[in-house]
Design a protein around this ligand. Structure first.
Ligand SMILES: [Zn+2]
Length: 496
């Protein structure tokens, strides 16, 4: 057991509940461009180390950066999607610090004149909607990567890969409007969804395309002023974010309860130890000596550019959810499930276009399909059943060619074999049994086997009827037409 964790969880719930947390998030997202922010090098993830470099991103003397137009367009798109005011004039600055993975000796980042300000996004938690302010959104470039492990001589050497040097990022800084780890989680999730829908970033957290730092403080409920905050870095998964915030909030309450004061500092989430720890002071320097980058012109965003970005803005998640409710008569819950990610929403709409009834498709995708994908640990992009193939299956069910029960079996087989519904129905003999004679033969066998239940039914116990239906369905592998089964059984049971 980890000692620090045990210590903080010893705070009594009634003490914890006297405090509230104040949280703001700083999120870095890698823009989905083919080339880097200020040079023509590829941004492709996973290429051989140091293969995507040039004098500009290596910071060689005399090299001149040129802003990537696509990166600016994506940053503007994100700004509009997050309801920000776009600044007519913004400027890149040099943020000076030394680190081996930063060959220029400075990061290029918008500082005193950011690209956009005063935005917001809305989170929904347990049916309640809350607006979270966005202070600013600015552009910057990424540093390279230091590789401290994975090599035979990693105990003696660190390796550096400069491929990530100069990759375009946006940083989105929220207002300190979040009060709980759950709200922070919802904020990051909503932000990720918006950036994915707008194709601003692939938001792949494993590849580092979306990274998160948090500013956290606590205060007694109702206190007018914020407490002293700590910055927690390295929250690069939703799980880390939740755990680190829970830990940090309890830690700060513990400090205050024991009569101490929270230190303003930068802390790191230690994944292995499950706690936040102060960074060694030499690892962060507060004086970056920012100054305007003399090699880059200020960015002037004219109205017609903003209008053009607005015109080609993809449909945002909230709008798509509302449209699903309106256009396909789905419940808000189903619409929420289907629009949780853009690929799933696209899949659903493709199935509907291919002829699937919308409500049925929503049910099947939300339950059967997601469950099976989840079991296999797969994403919708790897789904072995195409939207067209699902539509075909649902039409077989709707038309009564197969029962819903058989449909689920056919669907399972489609998942495993990638064969079409028609093919599986023909091969496995799943077609619905609609011949009254055949159903009657089964019904008579079932009835003959259970004289006790027949007696109960005849003495007025209607409940046993379900037993007979179940038996007939079992004997016919769920393929008998349910309505016919009901009719035939009633007739057979009523005969004296
Ligand atoms: Zn380059």
């Amino acid at each position: 057991m980890n000692r620090a964790r045990t210590e903080v969880t010893q705070i009594a719930p009634e003490v914890l509940s006297r405090y509230e947390a104040v949280i703001g998030l700083e999120v870095h997202a890698q823009l989905e461009t083919l080339t880097k922010a200020f040079c023509a090098c590829s941004t492709n993830f996973g290429d051989p180390p140091n293969s995507n470099t040039c004098p500009v991103c290596l910071g060689l003397p005399g090299a001149l950066p040129v802003l990537n137009k696509k990166a600016l367009q994506l940053a503007l798109r994100a700004s509009l999607a997050l309801n920000c005011k776009i600044q007519r004039r913004s400027r890149f600055a040099r943020k000076n610090y030394f680190y081996p993975d930063l060959p220029k000796g400075y990061q290029i980042s918008m500082y005193e004149l950011p690209l956009a300000t005063e935005g917001f996004l809305e989170i929904t938690l347990e049916g309640e909607t809350k607006r979270i302010g966005i202070t600013r959104l600015h552009m910057e470039d990424d540093a390279g990567k230091s590789l401290h492990e994975g090599f035979p001589d990693s105990d003696r050497w660190s390796y550096i890969d400069f491929n990530r040097c100069g990759v375009p990022l946006i940083e989105i800084v929220s207002e300190p409007d979040l009060r709980t780890p759950a709200e922070a989680y919802a904020y990051l999730n909503t932000l990720k969804q918006i950036l994915e829908y707008t194709e601003v970033s692939d938001c792949n957290m494993e590849e580092g395309s979306l990274r998160c730092d948090a500013n956290v403080s606590v205060r007694l409920r109702g206190a007018p002023k914020f407490g002293t905050k700590a910055e927690v870095k390295n929250l690069n998964s939703f799980r880390y974010l939740s755990h680190a915030l829970e830990f940090e909030i309890e830690r700060q309450i513990g400090v205050l309860e024991s009569g101490g004061a929270v230190t303003q500092e930068t802390r790191l989430w230690n994944v292995t130890a499950g706690r936040t720890e102060p960074m060694r002071s030499k690892e962060f320097a507060h004086d970056y000596r920012y100054f305007p980058d003399p090699d880059l012109l200020p960015v002037a965003v004219l109205d017609h550019i903003v209008e053009e970005v607005r015109r080609i803005m993809p449909e945002l998640p909230a709008a798509r959810m509302a449209r699903f409710v309106r256009e396909y008569a789905l419940t808000p819950y189903d619409a929420g499930v289907l629009t949780a990610n853009r690929e799933l929403a696209d899949y659903f709409e493709a199935a509907v276009r291919a002829g699937a009834p919308p409500k049925t498709a929503a049910n099947w995708i939300g339950v059967e399909l997601l469950r099976r994908l989840n079991d296999l640990g797969k994403e919708i992009g790897d789904c072995p059943v195409s939207p067209g193939a699902l539509a075909e299956l649902l039409q077989q069910v709707e038309s009564g060619n197969i029962t819903a029960a058989s449909g689920k079996k056919v669907f399972a087989a489609m998942f495993e074999t990638s064969k079409s519904a028609a093919q599986i129905i023909a091969e496995e003999g799943f077609a619905q049994i609609s011949d009254p004679g055949a159903i009657e033969a089964v019904a008579r066998t079932v009835v003959a086997k259970s004289p006790d239940n027949v007696a109960k039914y005849r003495s007025g116990n209607e409940g046993v009827f379900k037993f007979f239906v179940g038996q007939v369905m079992r004997e016919t592998r769920g393929q008998a037409n349910p309505q016919l089964v009901n009719e035939v059984l009633k007739r057979v049971l009523s005969e004296s």
